[in-house]
Write a protein that binds this ligand. Structure first.
Ligand code: MTE
Length: 318
């Protein structure tokens, strides 16, 4: 690694990611030029969704291009390199899809994706997405408030938390690596889940959400690190006790249950004070040289969510 890369804060794993990303980008460009749109599989075939109403409080910063948001991904079930999820997205079978809802609620059941989606009007919300690896994007998601979905299952008074699980298919190419204890699990306190900012995304950029981004439905919790936004959900459970969550199980001193974006609480290996914004035209190599910007407390959503943590020491409950 060259000294100027170290000075710029670029790690060797980012260089590998970048090489994979550039190869993938070159392949897409070549395939598109040759008219081989089938080559890009789900990307090219993504169905438009609508009608979509626009949420009034969307982030107004420059949006990340669809190309970057759908080719630079973290989805370990599909592989650990940033370019793996898009390459392996066709291995994720999303039709048919069902979701089990259980635990502390009066209307549990097994629901088809159609059952889940039917009553919900679709909204576009542009949110900042901040990964604990200190990069960020600005993405227009399509979906509905998580609270509107959860209320349908009538959580009872014992429901203090809600947990989520991703499809546990041992044939998915990333799941042999045992980097995490599968299935991928995440959880929120019930008041966090019911907060109006918590969102269930079924699309992005006006199209059905592609496999690499968590088809057919994934969580988006914009004030928390990206790993809380669990993809490809097959189970929702209401619980009395705080549920186990994947990254916390793998390294509890590195990843807390709350995982609220907080520039003052550094991860042991990454300062969280700044982030590299992947937006606009910053694709390819230039993405690595995007100027770092200051990270914001709660990813800029502090005013909306501060009341949830009023009496808590956020350094202890990180
Ligand atoms: N969900 C599952 N099931 N598996 C994963 O590996 N990665 C998380 C989160 N959700 C992950 C997941 C991480 S670390 C991030 S930063 C976001 O997804 C990335 O979402 P994106 O690829 O749509 O940008």
């Amino acid at each position: 690694m060259k000294d100027w890369m170290r000075i710029a804060g670029i790690t060797s794993s980012e260089i590998t990611d970048e090489q994979t990303f550039r190869r993938r980008r070159a392949l897409i460009q070549a395939a598109t030029a040759a008219g081989m749109t089938g080559f890009i599989g789900t990307d090219a075939m993504a169905k438009e969704i609508g009608p979509i109403s626009k949420w009034a409080d969307s982030a107004t910063e420059k949006q990340t291009t669809e190309e970057i948001a759908t080719t630079y991904n973290n989805f370990y079930e599909l592989g650990t390199d940033k370019g793996d999820p898009v390459k392996n997205a066709d291995k994720l079978i999303t039709d048919p899809w069902s979701v089990v809802v259980d635990g502390e609620c009066d209307a549990p059941g097994t629901f088809t994706l159609e059952d889940i989606l039917k009553p919900h009007a679709i909204e576009e919300r542009v949110y900042r997405l901040r990964c604990v690896e200190a990069w960020s994007m600005v993405i227009p998601w399509n979906g509905f408030a998580l609270a509107d979905l959860l209320k349908r299952f009538k959580p009872n008074s014992n429901a203090k938390y809600v947990s989520f699980e991703t499809l546990n298919d041992p044939d998915l190419p990333g799941m042999k690596s045992r980097v995490l204890d599968w299935p991928y699990r995440e959880g929120l306190r019930i008041d966090e889940a019911m907060h109006p900012l918590s969102f269930m995304a079924i699309g992005m950029y006006g199209k059905e959400i592609p496999g690499q981004n968590g088809a057919p439905m994934r969580l988006v919790v914009p004030w928390k690190y990206g790993y809380k936004s669990i993809k490809s959900i097959v189970r929702i459970s209401f619980t009395e006790k705080q549920p186990q969550t994947s990254w916390n199980m793998s390294a509890p001193h590195e990843y807390g249950f709350y995982s609220n974006v907080n520039p003052e609480v550094s991860h042991p290996r990454w300062s969280q004070a700044k982030e590299r914004r992947l937006a606009g035209e910053t694709s390819g190599l230039s993405a690595l040289f995007t100027k770092k910007i200051d990270s914001q407390f709660m990813n800029g959503y502090g005013e909306e969510v501060a009341e949830l943590y009023a009496d808590m020491d956020l350094k202890k409950f990180f």
